[in-house]
Design a binder for this molecule. Structure first.
Ligand SMILES: NC(=O)c1ccc[n+]([C@@H]2O[C@H](COP(=O)([O-])OP(=O)(O)OC[C@H]3O[C@@H](n4cnc5c(N)ncnc54)[C@H](O)[C@@H]3O)[C@@H](O)[C@H]2O)c1
Length: 345
């Protein structure tokens, strides 16, 4: 990273940033409850250290609202509902608003049937997936959430943008805060490269290739080229399966047909998948949580490699970030903040 290119930052508290974000969404006619939900997920992303999915998204989401491609007031509809499964049509609404309904519905199904599966079509980008999986785990079920995104990632061996960053999250109940993994199937989320471009920083080698298929540290060349899948053929295979469990299962698009996640003024063709499993329905909840904590203890007690203080369970990285940012605030690039403020002036 080149410090000389780094843009100046302003630090705000989470409440100040949440208030600003809510005012932007209210100014676009979004009902108060929905505006607060959408703002909360963006600020949670910043708090947890995923700035690529925080307030940087606001101008882009407003483009979608102002273009008419996204509806400020949406009426999601359950179009199939059979046993533990359901499909929600999102009515071109903002992703977090529809995802909130899907998460609540899938929890109800898992509590009733032991397992629940809710697919969503026609809702926009849903932000950080862990927001939903964590809520499910806090409510006593295993939460699994996936989504597919506009293509930007080369399948293993290719230099072409075919796959999305197609993230997935799994969160499990524990004795305290849930443990959760939440990851794009690319080396990093595309937003991290957009974020580096926004901040005027280079990206590490290994994140992406340029148009000729050569490794690059230039974020613009990376966006023109293709992101790389995490773990080579493993991440590539996982990304393909996420596509087939989200877009395909929701009756929507896969691969290069996925639209509306980055370019929000285009019609939405992505899909989301929410899965909840009640450990108590297939065995004993107490026993399950005991196993979760036993594994966490082994991981925590394992000997770190040189340069690592403590070996972490997934999700602890975000928890540490959140504690630090609640204390010290969230740093936002000056020009991004000005851009967001201009949306409510
Ligand atoms: N809605 C969408 O379309 C979309 C698309 C892509 C990504 N995303 C979101 O973007 C966010 C960022 O994704 P990412 O792939 O860049 O995540 P990341 O690479 O920052 O983290 C991936 C996982 O690694 C864990 N981790 C990170 N550092 C760790 C450490 N030092 N020790 C142990 N574990 C550690 C994290 O807890 C997380 O579970 C996620 O919340 C994801 O849901 C959303």
């Amino acid at each position: 990273m080149s410090d000389t290119k780094t843009k100046p930052l302003t630090t705000l508290t989470a409440d100040e940033l949440r208030d600003l974000a809510t005012r932007v969404f209210l100014s676009r006619g979004i009902p108060e409850d929905d505006a607060e939900t959408v703002s909360d997920i963006l600020i949670e992303a910043n708090l947890r250290g995923h700035d690529s999915h925080g307030v940087i998204r606001i101008p882009r989401w407003v483009v979608g609202l102002d273009s008419g491609a996204l509806k400020p007031v949406c009426s999601p509809e359950v179009i199939h509902d059979k046993g533990g499964t359901a499909m929600i049509h999102g009515d071109q609404g903002l992703g977090p608003v529809v995802a909130r309904q899907a998460t609540s519905m899938v929890l109800g199904k898992a509590k009733e049937f032991g397992i629940g599966l809710v697919c969503v079509r026609k809702a926009s980008h849903i932000g950080i997936l862990q927001y939903y999986s964590q809520w499910l785990a806090e409510n006593g079920v295993i939460g699994i959430v996936m989504t597919n995104t506009e293509s930007g990632v080369a399948p293993f061996g290719s230099r072409q943008q075919i796959l999305g960053t197609n993230p997935l999250t799994i969160a499990v109940p524990s004795d305290g805060d849930p443990y959760l993994v939440d990851m794009s199937t690319s080396v990093v989320a595309r937003g991290k490269i957009v974020n580096a471009l926004e901040r005027g920083e280079d990206i590490p080698l290994g994140w992406a290739v340029d148009e000729d298929g050569n490794p690059t540290t230039d974020p613009q060349a990376a966006l023109n080229g293709a992101l790389l899948p995490a773990g080579g053929p493993k991440g590539s295979g996982l990304a393909i399966m996420v596509d087939l469990l989200t877009g395909a299962l929701a009756g929507e698009a896969v691969g290069t047909g996925v639209k509306g996640t980055m370019n929000t003024d285009q019609g939405i063709t992505k899909g989301d998948m929410f899965l909840a499993i009640d450990p108590g329905a297939v065995g004993s909840m107490d026993r399950y949580v005991t196993s979760v904590e036993a594994l966490a203890a082994e991981i925590h007690d394992s000997q770190p490699v040189p340069g690592v203080d403590k070996v972490l369970m997934p999700g602890e990285f975000e928890r540490a970030n959140k504690a630090e940012r609640i204390k010290n605030g969230i740093a936002v690039p000056h020009d991004l903040l000005a851009q967001i403020k201009a949306l409510v002036d």
